[in-house]
Design a binder for this molecule. Structure first.
Ligand SMILES: Cc1ncc(COP(=O)(O)O)c(C=O)c1O
Ligand SMILES: N[C@@H](CCOP(=O)(O)O)C(=O)O
Length: 462
């Protein structure tokens, strides 16, 4: 499989090179040249297999032999999911007649990011060992990607990890997950800015070829196609559990950077009978406004009780646009250029292509709290604020087709908001019981690209 950029001007790469490169050199995002499909029989045959076996079957056509023999790949996948706290890895619960909750928070850092990050941690180790390279991972996070990346890459010899997070805009648990690990190769940087500032600087670093090549820059945000690839799997396992390929399923996805819901779109392209992909946004509703008006227009990020979705420059929307514009890299480049001035307008044809697959909804702060309370009272489930945004939007789309809402984080990552909403204190698992007692190690940095590049140059191991 070969990988091409959404902007059409970067070298075409193999899976290994696309994974190690992160952002394409024309500023675009890598995508497989063609999306492989599974037959109905192959989809049906996923029923009853282990989560790990489903991973092996779904990633195979994307990765080819880049990760070694089938036995080596099987072992790598086994290591990736061994630390999950639930035998099903991604269990599905019924909430109402046609509404289900897909629990994606049983990984080591209690958020859906672990599904991909644990796997790509193993993938990176395999290819770095083989080619003897040393890399510097820089990640931007609104809370969950950072902790998952640190968990996956801490202590590795050939990797330095720098995580940029918005100072004061992540939950205390999220911050402590990033600032308390002791591994010397981990560096948590609290940026005076919001998540979009962090992600902008990350993309600028990739576009600064001198810096990029000097430090061996690699990315583990959903910029990296390998991240999105790993997230396709749970759409298949949950869809098949509800009767796919013989029955259609819709998904409601709490959305920010669009990586998770885009993985659902790829599952649909691969043959999973997905009816609608429902984008659930918090008060930072740029995607909902775009889906309903055609205007993608920045309005300023407002901090919310679902902080991981406080995002306006939704990185993977670029991949969705590439499909909506029929693979026209020049058109995508032009839109991204316009966005530098704050907005772009999606063409009528492209809007038609988007709305064929995606619906959207928006949930404000009060409604999110009310939904946490309602869920607890009516179902006994204690859910995190991001998941509440999802279940609230999903309830507006109940019909004959079952809807699966993705539960993207454990409520214990956001204990204050959850307790205020439903009166329940969501406790951390025992293994994390000392999180509040550990000492923190973090560097406060200005929202200044040059200063952060200098810090990375100085701190990375030679
Ligand atoms: C808990 C949680 N829910 C939802 C999201 C949004 O996911 P995505 O950025 O893939 O749209 C994030 C951040 O990525 C998250 O951490
Ligand atoms: N919500 C994310 C933001 C980054 O998303 P990613 O999927 O591109 O890594 C976070 O928790 O950091």
């Amino acid at each position: 499989m070969r990988y091409i950029s959404t902007r059409g001007q970067a070298p075409v790469l193999s899976f290994e090179d696309a994974m190690l490169s992160g952002l394409a050199r024309d500023g675009g995002l890598y995508l497989p040249e063609t999306v492989p499909t599974l037959s109905e029989a192959e989809i049906a045959a996923l029923a009853g297999v282990s989560y790990e076996e489903a991973v092996a079957r779904i990633i195979a056509p994307f990765v080819g032999d880049a990760l070694g023999t089938p036995e080596e790949v099987e072992a790598l996948i086994g290591r990736a999911y061994a630390g999950f706290g639930h035998p099903a890895r991604a269990p599905l619960k019924q909430l109402a007649d046609n509404h289900f909750l897909l629990e994606l928070f049983h990984g080591p850092t209690l958020a859906f990011k672990d599904f991909a990050m644990q796997l790509i941690g193993q993938m990176f180790q395999t290819v770095l060992k083989r080619n003897g390279r040393k890399i510097t991972i820089v990640g931007a996070t609104s809370g969950d990607t950072g902790s998952a990346a640190i968990e996956a890459f801490a202590g590795l010899d050939n990797v330095d990890v720098f995580i940029l997070f918005p100072h004061g805009r992540v939950s205390e648990v999220q911050r402590r997950q990033m600032t308390t690990p002791e591994a010397a190769n981990v560096h948590a940087l609290a940026v005076d800015g919001d998540f979009d500032d962090c992600q902008d600087m990350l993309k600028e670093m990739f576009n600064d070829f001198t810096f990029r090549d000097e430090v061996g820059l690699a990315g583990v945000n959903s910029i990296n196609f390998a991240r999105v690839l790993a997230q396709i799997v749970y759409y298949f396992t949950s869809g098949v559990a509800l009767g796919a390929p013989h029955r259609k399923v819709s998904y409601c996805v709490p959305t920010g950077n669009f990586g998770d819901i885009f993985a659902g779109f790829l599952a649909k392209q691969m043959g999973l009978p997905v009816d609608k992909l429902i984008i659930a946004t918090n008060q930072n509703d740029i995607l909902h406004r775009c889906l309903t008006t055609g205007d993608y227009a920045k309005a300023g990020v407002k901090p919310s009780i679902s902080p991981s979705m406080d995002i306006e420059v939704s990185s993977n929307f670029e991949r969705a646009l590439w499909f909506a514009y029929g693979g026209d890299g020049a058109a995508v480049s032009a839109l991204m250029e316009e966005l530098k001035a704050g907005r772009f307008r999606v063409s009528e044809n492209a809007m038609g292509a988007l709305t064929e697959h995606y619906l959207s909804g928006r949930v404000g702060e009060a409604e999110t709290k009310a939904e946490i309370e309602r869920m607890f009272k009516e179902t006994g489930e204690v859910i995190c604020p991001h998941t509440a945004v999802g279940t609230r939007v999903a309830r507006d789309h109940q019909g004959a087709t079952p809807v699966i809402t993705l539960a993207t984080a454990h409520p214990a990552k956001f204990p204050a908001a959850v307790e205020e909403a439903c009166g329940v204190h969501a406790a951390l698992p025992k293994r994390m019981g000392d999180l509040y007692d550990r000492s923190e190690r973090v560097t406060r940095v200005d929202n200044d690209l040059a200063a952060i590049e200098t810090l990375i140059r100085e701190r990375r191991s030679a």
